[in-house]
Design a protein around this ligand. Structure first.
Ligand code: HEC
Ligand code: HEC
Length: 348
């Protein structure tokens, strides 16, 4: 009996020895991203976190990893679903561990390399720091970075993948955050019908209603939803009525500056066809409702952006039925099916 046991133990020792001989080492294979020619320069400094194949793979695994949360079930992807431009489909307000309901609608994740701040109120100023907010929020993942390090450190896959991805090979908070950033930075959405049209690719043309919508958009919307990112990245108040239950003061919560009252980061409009519901609290289910709001629903909440002031002193953007219809047709040309279905970003 003893002999057989010894035999098995020696086999196990032998096997684990031969496993560890399979050399796992740092692999600095650069990952190149085709930054689109119709976009401005990226703002993320890649010198501090160069993109590599191994870093991207690790970041993706972490993005889909339930163990980043206290109940081991809520991954980032739980609230950021690819098919809906990485929003929390079907939820006005997101919920996480403990079923607690958050204050805000999950934002799409796309073109994050270009952003100067993150979250609706700009609470995070660097992409590497953003994930700390959902990870440690009781309403989202309810976990600590220290516990995550402990959990991942016992997993052979992570031991090897951190070795491949980082020169120091350490499973620590800094490397977890850098790997997540590497995955998020590559999420570039730039292959919509509109992009192909502006870059003169594949002989793409817009239909006449889409072109009319683009023309109206340029005059009436592009002051805030500007550039091919469709946001000027500023914090603005577009005249939404205040929801008394949430009383979300937006950017004001960050610095208590009265000028920031009820201002929110101007969102990109890429992939809006699939990222409903809309606005920071998900109050509008459809684009039709959004355009009716701009035309006749703006409320003077005390700090509405002067760009929305009409000559008669009231606030709003006058839109005819055809203008609304054509703007929506144009907005749908911003849907990037290649991005929404790109297997590089999918779990399997
Ligand atoms: C429980 C749902 C939930 C989970 C889990 C979650 N998020 Fe989010 N995410 C949100 C919501 C809601 C917002 C908008 C919050 C705000 O503005 O206050 C957001 C915003 C973001 C943004 C900002 C996007 C922008 O345009 O500024 C990024 C980046 C992001 N999340 C990444 C992550 C990562 C990485 C994880 C995993 C570590 C994660 N999220 C986990 C719900 C979630
Ligand atoms: C004064 C600046 C400004 C102008 C002009 C403006 N917007 Fe906005 N838009 C915003 C801000 C700010 C938000 C986010 C508000 C919030 O959630 O509190 C927003 C949100 C949106 C959303 C929701 C996006 C999402 O992901 O939830 C859509 C769609 C939209 N705007 C379309 C338009 C269209 C179409 C026009 C022109 C008719 C327009 N906007 C004009 C500032 C502006």
């Amino acid at each position: 009996m003893k002999k057989t046991l010894l035999f098995f133990i020696s086999i196990m020792v032998f096997c684990s020895c031969s496993n560890s001989e399979e050399v796992v080492a740092y692999e600095a294979v650069p990952l190149t991203v085709d930054w689109p020619s119709n976009f401005p320069e990226i703002t993320y400094n890649l010198d501090n976190n160069p993109l590599t194949d191994a870093g991207f793979e690790l970041g993706k695994k972490l993005f889909y990893e339930g163990r980043l949360s206290s109940n081991n079930a809520i991954a980032c992807a739980f609230c950021h679903e690819q098919a809906f431009a990485f929003t929390h489909h079907g939820h006005n307000l997101s919920h996480g561990v403990n079923g607690g309901i958050g204050l805000r609608n999950a934002q799409p994740m796309q073109n994050l390399a270009y952003q100067t701040s993150f979250m609706w109120d700009g609470a995070a100023t660097h992409l590497d720091l953003q994930p700390i907010i959902p990870i440690t929020s009781d309403l989202e993942m309810g976990e600590t970075l220290g516990n995550i390090v402990t959990k991942l450190s016992t997993d052979v896959y992570y031991q090897e993948q951190f070795t491949r991805a980082f020169a120091d090979g350490e499973i620590n908070s800094e490397n977890i955050l850098k790997a997540l950033s590497q995955f998020m930075l590559t999420m570039v959405s730039s292959n919509s019908k509109y992009d192909k049209y502006v870059r003169n690719e594949e002989n793409m043309t817009l239909s006449s209603i889409e072109q009319d919508g683009l023309n109206t958009f340029d005059v009436k919307c592009a002051s805030c939803h500007s550039s091919d990112l469709f946001t000027d990245q500023n914090f603005r108040n577009n005249g939404l009525s205040i929801n008394p239950q949430l009383n979300d003061k937006g950017r004001y919560e960050i610095g208590n500056n009265p000028d920031d009252l009820y201002t929110f980061r101007v969102p990109s409009l890429r992939n809006v066809e699939v990222s409903y519901p809309f606005m920071h609290d998900g109050r509008f289910a459809t684009l039709e409702a959004v355009l009716d709001f701009y035309d006749s629903g703006i409320t003077d909440n005390g700090n509405v952006d002067p760009l929305l002031l009409k000559p008669d002193g009231s606030y709003g953007i006058d839109l005819s039925d055809y203008e609304k219809e054509s703007i929506i047709a144009f907005l749908k040309t911003l849907t990037d099916h290649e991005f929404l279905e790109d297997e590089r970003f999918s779990e399997y």
